[in-house]
Ligand binder design. Structure first.
Ligand code: GLA
Length: 380
C-alpha cells in the first residue's frame, strides 16, 4: 500500500494535532508528552493513533544539502528520533508540509522539493502527511497529485490529508485540473476554513465557528466513502472558548459527519469532562462505522436541526441539535427515514447510555448548544 491508498483510512483517521492549541509553541518534549498521555489515558485503546506535528516544526531555512531541517532548539534530537518514540508507544507519527515556497506560517515549503521532502519524510518514518495550501502558484489538484506520487514512490504507506486553500476549502470540486480525480488520490480533504473554538461567532477571514463549519458541510456527504473523507477541520474539544456542552455537541456532530477525529487540545492537562467526550466509545463507533456513509441534515427548523446517518447492519444514528440559547424540544419521526418498514430497533441515548422506547415520534428536550444523539440498533 502506498500513500493515499484508500485502505490506509477505511474509517476516518483518529489522533492528535498540535495546531489548534499550540500553534508555533511546539517542541519534542510536548510531542512526547502527548504520545505518553494518549497511551496513559487509554485514548490509544479507543482508536486514537496518529500524533501529528503541524506547521512550525522546521528551521527557518533548508540545510546545505537542500533537505528540510527541524528547528534545532525545539527539536534537538531530530524528527526520526521523535517518530521512533511515538512508534515505540504503538502509535503512528504525522507531519506537515505545504506546496508553496513557504508554509502558511512562513516556514520553508515543499515548492521545488517535493521528491526530496517525500523521501526525507519516509526515511524519518512518518505515517501521515498533512499537506496544506498557502502561497502556492500551482493548481491545487496538480500539486496534491504530485506530492501523492512523490510519497507513493517512497513505498511507505502514508495517510495523505490535504487542504485545498481558502477559495476551495468547502468545494473540493473546484480544485482545478481534472477536478474530482483528486478525491481518489487523497485520504482526507479539508472542507472548511480554519476552525475556531467558538460556537457560532466567526473570527477573522481564516477562522470559522463550529456552527458555520457545520453549515458548510451540508451537501458534501456525497463525496465521502471508505478511504476518502471530508475533513471539517480538527477538534476543539477541551480548548478555551467552548463549554463542556459545546465540546460534546462538536464531537457528536463530527462523528455524524464521519470526520477525522483529530484532537486539538492539551492531552497532558485536560478536564475529566473533555476526556469523557473524546473517549465516548459509542459516539466514536458512529464516526468509525465501517459502512463509511456520512450523515446528512434532514431538517432545520429555527434553532432545531435533525441529522441522520446510516450505519452498517441497518443501524441508524440520529442527532437532535439545539443551536439556540433556550432549551428546546426536538422531534424525530420514524417516517423521516430513521426506521425501515417492519424492522424492529432498540434505541440508545449515546450520552446518557440509557435505553429509549421506540415510538413513531421521538421527542427530546435538548439543552442550549446541546444535542441528543441516538443509535437505532436493528434487532429484527
Ligand atoms: C492553515 C491550516 C491550519 C494550520 C495552519 C498552519 O491555516 O488550515 O490547519 O495547518 O495553516 O500554519
Amino acid at each position: 500500500m502506498t500513500a493515499g491508498d484508500a485502505r490506509l483510512a477505511l474509517t476516518p483517521p483518529m489522533g492528535w494535532n498540535s495546531w489548534n492549541r499550540f500553534r508555533r509553541q511546539i517542541d519534542e518534549q510536548l510531542v512526547r508528552g502527548i504520545a505518553d498521555a494518549m497511551v496513559e489515558l487509554r485514548m490509544r485503546d479507543v482508536g486514537y493513533r496518529y500524533v501529528i506535528v503541524d506547521d512550525c516544526w522546521m528551521a527557518r531555512s533548508r540545510g546545505r544539502s537542500g533537505d528540510l531541517l527541524p528547528d534545532p532548539d525545539r527539536f534537538p534530537h531530530g524528527v526520526a528520533a521523535l517518530a521512533e518514540y511515538v512508534h515505540e508507544r504503538g502509535l503512528l507519527f504525522g507531519i506537515y508540509s505545504s506546496p508553496g515556497e513557504t508554509t502558511c506560517a512562513g516556514y520553508p515549503g515543499s515548492a521545488g522539493h517535493k521528491e526530496r521532502d517525500a523521501q526525507l519524510f519516509a526515511a524519518w518514518g512518518i505515517d501521515y502527511l498533512k499537506y496544506d495550501w498557502c502561497y502556492a502558484t500551482d493548481v491545487p489538484s496538480h500539486a496534491f497529485l504530485r506530492m501523492r506520487d512523490a510519497l507513493a514512490a517512497t513505498g511507505r504507506p502514508i495517510v495523505y490529508s490535504v487542504n485545498g486553500g481558502a477559495a476551495s476549502r468547502a468545494k473540493p470540486w473546484s480544485w482545478g485540473g481534472s477536478d474530482l480525480w483528486a478525491l481518489d488520490a487523497v485520504n482526507c480533504w479539508r472542507t472548511s476554513n480554519d476552525i475556531w473554538a467558538r460556537w457560532d461567532t466567526d473570527g477573522t477571514i481564516a477562522e470559522r465557528s463550529i456552527m458555520t463549519i457545520l453549515d458548510e458541510q451540508v451537501g458534501l456527504e456525497r463525496f465521502a466513502r471508505p478511504g476518502r473523507w471530508n475533513d471539517p477541520d480538527m477538534l476543539e474539544v477541551g480548548n478555551d472558548g467552548l463549554t463542556d456542552m459545546e465540546s460534546r455537541t462538536h464531537f457528536s456532530l463530527s462523528s455524524m459527519l464521519a470526520a477525522p477525529l483529530i484532537a486539538g487540545n492539551d492531552l497532558r492537562d485536560m478536564s475529566a469532562a473533555a476526556l469523557a467526550v473524546l473517549t465516548n466509545t459509542d459516539v466514536i463507533a458512529v464516526d468509525q462505522d465501517p459502512l463509511g456513509r456520512q450523515g446528512r441534515r434532514i431538517r432545520r427548523d429555527g434553532a432545531s436541526e435533525v441529522w441522520l446517518r446510516e450505519l452498517s447492519g441497518g443501524d441508524r444514528a440520529a442527532l437532535l441539535l439545539n443551536r439556540g440559547s433556550e432549551p428546546l424540544t426536538v422531534e424525530i419521526a420514524a417516517a423521516e427515514g430513521v426506521l425501515e418498514g417492519d424492522a424492529t430497533y432498540s434505541v440508545t441515548d449515546l450520552w446518557s447510555g440509557s435505553s429509549i422506547e421506540t415510538a413513531e415520534v421521538l421527542r427530546s428536550i435538548v439543552e442550549p448548544h446541546g444535542c441528543t444523539m441516538l443509535r437505532f440498533a436493528r434487532c429484527g
